[in-house]
Design a protein around this ligand. Structure first.
Ligand code: CP
Length: 315
């Protein structure tokens, strides 16, 4: 595996899931793969889970890990072509990415959407530049439009807890006071469309995801109808795609409640975290046996380690 930027980089999802199972069972069995090799984790945005789980996963494989908070401990990067750099950007990504690539065997990077310019976000300006100029394999730690390691961990969790061969999985929009990117819902829809699940996406009108992500899948605007018979409910807020980056609704009626979870087939609750309690989901759900959010977060080590293992086997 040369890069891990989306589910499109996975040729054989069932085999990858099987590999993840083995990694979880014997996490230290491939410690030799990372011997005398190193990874740089680059963060342009905050993180708890991605940062720590990536470090744990790399350590399990014997990799040396260096974390760089790009906006706190490095020069401000320029991404434009032909820019006269007489403003506040001190280093062009062409040099920065190439230098980091010269120091490390692998690079992993987090760079969120700015939610100002749809075309710029969906061009994956930062991620694409690192892939182009660094010269080593790249892992997305959440980009402007996707969070594949999260979705892989979500799918591992669903596989571990499903009670039917093809579970019903519901992605529900939920309210949030701030405008959030589409990376998590985009990737979740992409991964679930490849996985053996029945996917339903529910949100208020105006929150339609990109048709490039949804393909033929049509949203269900009635949240309660969507929840009926669900085996898994995945809650997430996102801002509008069509009215790019705008908050069109903060309707508290879209919060996930115990009452709504009672409509499901004893369904389990998932969220990528961090989650705003009693805004996205009420305490009664998060604190119940129905919630899998901690197992899901723990599986972030497994998803990252499985991807790094494949990459190390290829270099
Ligand atoms: N779910 C997730 O990516 O968490 P962090 O933003 O804390 O890394």
């Amino acid at each position: 595996m040369r890069q891990f930027l989306s589910v499109k980089d996975v040729e054989d999802l069932p085999a990858l899931l099987e590999e993840a199972k083995q990694v979880k069972k014997t996490p230290f069995a491939w410690k030799h793969l990372g011997e005398n090799k190193s990874i740089c984790l680059l963060f342009l945005n905050p993180s708890l889970r991605t940062r720590l789980s990536s470090q744990r996963a790399a350590a399990n494989l014997g990799l040396e890990v260096v974390v760089l908070d790009v906006n706190a401990g490095s020069w401000k990067l320029e991404f434009g072509n032909g820019t006269v750099m007489n403003g506040d950007t001190a280093e062009h990504v062409k040099e920065a990415a190439a230098v980091i690539g010269a120091y490390f065997d692998l690079i992993a990077i987090r760079a969120f959407a700015e939610l100002k310019d749809k075309d710029e976000d969906y061009s994956e300006k930062v991620l694409s530049a690192f892939v182009k100029y660094c010269g080593v394999p790249v892992v997305s730690l959440e980009s402007a439009t996707g969070h594949p390691l999260q979705s892989f961990a979500d799918l591992i969790t669903i596989e571990e807890h499903k009670t039917t061969a093809r579970p019903k999985v519901v992605l529900t929009w939920a309210p949030h006071p701030r405008a959030l990117p589409h990376a998590v819902p985009n990737s979740f829809v992409e991964w679930m469309q490849v996985a053996d699940v029945d996917l339903v996406v529910t949100h208020p009108e105006g929150y339609e995801l990109s048709s490039d992500i949804m393909n033929d899948l049509k949203p269900e605007y009635d949240q309660k109808k969507a929840f009926k018979g669900a085996d898994f409910v995945y809650a997430k807020n996102w801002s509008s795609f069509n009215e790019y980056g705008k908050i069109l609704s903060t309707d508290p009626n879209w919060i996930v409640t115990k009452e709504k979870m009672a409509l499901t087939n004893g369904g389990k609750f998932l969220h990528c975290l961090p989650v705003r309690r009693n805004v996205i989901v009420e305490d009664a759900v998060l604190d119940s046996d129905q919630s899998l959010v901690i197992e899901e977060a723990a599986n972030r080590i497994v998803s990252m380690q499985t991807i790094l293992k494949r990459m190390l086997e290829g270099i």
